[in-house]
Design a protein around this ligand. Structure first.
Ligand code: FES
Length: 86
């Protein structure tokens, strides 16, 4: 079974920019994708250090693809695309 690796940023910038809702998102994703998803919380994905990127926080990384404005809908769509590309 294919697995998608999701890294969710737990850093200060992402937390302030909406990351406080990330735990709820992670809980929903774990229910939706169960065995197809490996989730890791990381301290900072280093995307926030670029000034243009600040407003796009919170960030996540899905199989190496950096995703800004991370929310349940966006992350779900990308995970479904990656799982269907097999
Ligand atoms: S705090 Fe999230 S990318 Fe830096």
């Amino acid at each position: 079974m294919k697995k998608v690796k999701l890294q969710v940023c737990n850093g200060t910038t992402c937390f302030v920019m909406g990351g406080a809702d990330m735990q709820n998102m992670v809980d929903q994703l774990m229910v939706k994708f169960k065995d197809c998803l490996e989730i890791e919380r990381v301290r900072c994905l280093n995307a926030c250090s670029l000034s243009d990127n600040f407003a796009k926080a919170p960030y996540a990384n899905i199989d190496g693809q950096l995703v800004g404005n991370a929310n349940f809908q966006t992350i779900t769509k990308i995970i479904e695309e990656k799982l269907s590309n097999d």
